[in-house]
Design a protein around this ligand. Structure first.
Ligand code: C5P
Length: 225
């Protein structure tokens, strides 16, 4: 089995533009990631339109509410047959258990730990004494014990987490191809590196969507995998 682990993040406001981009690169990606912005703007209709391309859909909705509401939301998106759905691990054990129980058999339910937009001060402000890394590890363990399929994590930590959670399903965003012109080559994680370290899904947005030639960019990334 050598299917393409790249899920293209379609963070574009217009449905027609998102569809055109996905169509253009569809032979060289493994799936499509649709976020909260897309879902709020285009809803089920938008997802149905992109389903026509025949690629797996990742609904990155980051659900976080009381268990009953999250379970009902999972049931409401069941008809869209998402391959992957995200929930916030900070929603707690019961919420994650109920989310997983309500999801379709073919849907991976994946936990978001600590958003990379939050730093030490932000966590302190909401009463979390641990730093971002410690808190992320704690929530990863909770997600695993609540029966989720995996977590979202950075390319810098996927290797270490994979060692502790052998059959986990790991979604890794924030990747940059080696030729992306990033001067600081030491700190970037390439799609190939993340895959070798145990990533199940590579979320890639702007390196493809903002490329002068998105098809060439998608092909170039595919060729490294
Ligand atoms: O940076 P890029 O455009 O490749 O990001 C692709 C997707 O990954 C976006 O939808 C973004 O929200 C998500 N992302 C994330 N965590 C990060 C970086 C990006 O969830 N640290």
């Amino acid at each position: 089995m050598n299917h393409n682990p790249v899920f293209l993040a379609l963070d574009l406001p217009r449905l027609d533009a998102a569809e055109a981009l996905a169509r253009k690169v569809s032979g060289h990606i493994g799936g499509i990631k649709l976020g909260l912005e897309f879902f709020c703007a285009h809803g089920h209709h938008g997802v149905h339109e992109l389903h026509k391309l025949g690629l797996p859909i990742f609904l990155d909705l980051k659900l976080h509410d009381i268990p009953n509401t999250v379970a009902a939301a999972m049931q409401a998106i069941h008809v869209l047959e998402p391959a992957i759905v995200t929930v916030h691990a900070a929603g707690g054990r019961a919420m994650m258990e109920d989310a997983k129980a309500a999801a379709g058999e073919n849907t991976k339910v994946v936990g978001v730990t600590v958003l990379t937009s939050l730093d030490d001060d932000d966590l302190t402000a909401i009463g979390v004494k641990a730093g971002p890394q410690e808190q992320a590890l704690r929530l990863a363990e909770l997600a695993q014990s609540a029966g989720l399929d995996g977590i979202v994590c950075s390319g810098h930590e996927v290797g270490a987490i994979h060692k502790q959670w052998k059959d986990g399903f790991f979604v890794v965003p924030g990747l940059r191809p080696a030729d992306s012109g990033n001067g600081d080559q030491k700190r970037i994680v390439t799609p190939r590196q993340a895959r070798d370290d145990g990533a199940s899904v590579l979320v890639i947005g702007r390196p493809i969507s903002r490329a002068e030639d998105p098809l060439a960019a998608a092909k170039a990334i595919e060729a490294t995998l």
